[in-house]
Design a protein. Structure first.
Length: 217
């Protein structure tokens, strides 16, 4: 079961956006001190669409082409605005949990040819330091003990399940591919277990326009 003491509810308020109207509920992570935001559309019931989104300043605020976080967040907000659900925006997850400065250091190493995994390891850091116990607790607070998860990353489903949230279905979110992040996406598929139709085991690369959409049906 999710641990209710892992989070502390702080405030709920309305947030109109270009994607649609949402409610935002803020939760302090009592272990890390980070403030996570549940961005809610409609009245989510068990089985609702959920995106666990790791914050990414460079991708979301600056439109960085090195990752696909910005397009994924936009697409997730569009999908839940239309179908109802929750985007759980997780702070402290910059650079898969290594922080903004270390992410920039890893980018610097990537300029010398290291891929995203080896750059983290070269810095003495894990390839992925994220965990989702607080997200599970916040979902439980919303009454969502069962979800349909918008993700390409099976590790997120497994982590939610390990923390007491049932994942009924994985809904792909394949957006944001470009010529800059092709190597990054290929590494995520080859070395981090991400399920990406455009970067399958055979190494085939689809045109960005051929990438799967976000149809949650
Ligand atoms: Zn990113």
């Amino acid at each position: 079961m999710p641990d209710p003491s892992r989070i502390r509810f702080e405030v709920e308020t309305r947030l109109p956006t270009v994607h649609g109207g949402f409610r935002v509920r803020a939760y302090t992570d009592t272990t890390t001190g980070d403030l996570h935001l549940a961005i809610i559309s409609g009245e989510p019931r068990p089985g609702a669409l959920v995106r666990l989104h790791s914050e990414c300043l460079t991708g979301e605020a600056f439109g960085s082409l090195k990752c696909e976080c910005g397009p994924q967040l936009d697409a997730a907000l569009d999908v839940i605005a239309e179908h109802g659900g929750v985007v759980m925006y997780l702070r402290g997850h910059e650079g898969r949990g290594i922080g903004l400065l270390n992410k920039l250091r890893a980018y610097r190493l990537q300029e010398d040819g290291l891929d995203t995994v080896d750059a983290n390891l070269a810095l003495g850091l894990p390839a992925d330091a994220r965990e989702y116990a607080a997200a599970a607790s916040a979902l439980a607070d919303l009454g969502l003990d069962r979800v349909r998860l918008l993700t390409n990353n099976p590790a997120k489903s497994e982590s939610l399940e390990a923390n007491g949230i049932e994942v009924l279905e994985r809904v792909p979110l394949e957006v944001g591919f470009n010529e800059v992040n092709e190597g990054y996406m290929r590494t995520k598929a080859a070395r981090m277990g991400h399920l990406l139709d455009a970067f399958g085991p055979a190494g085939d690369v689809a045109e960005p326009g051929e990438a799967a959409g976000t149809d949650p049906a």
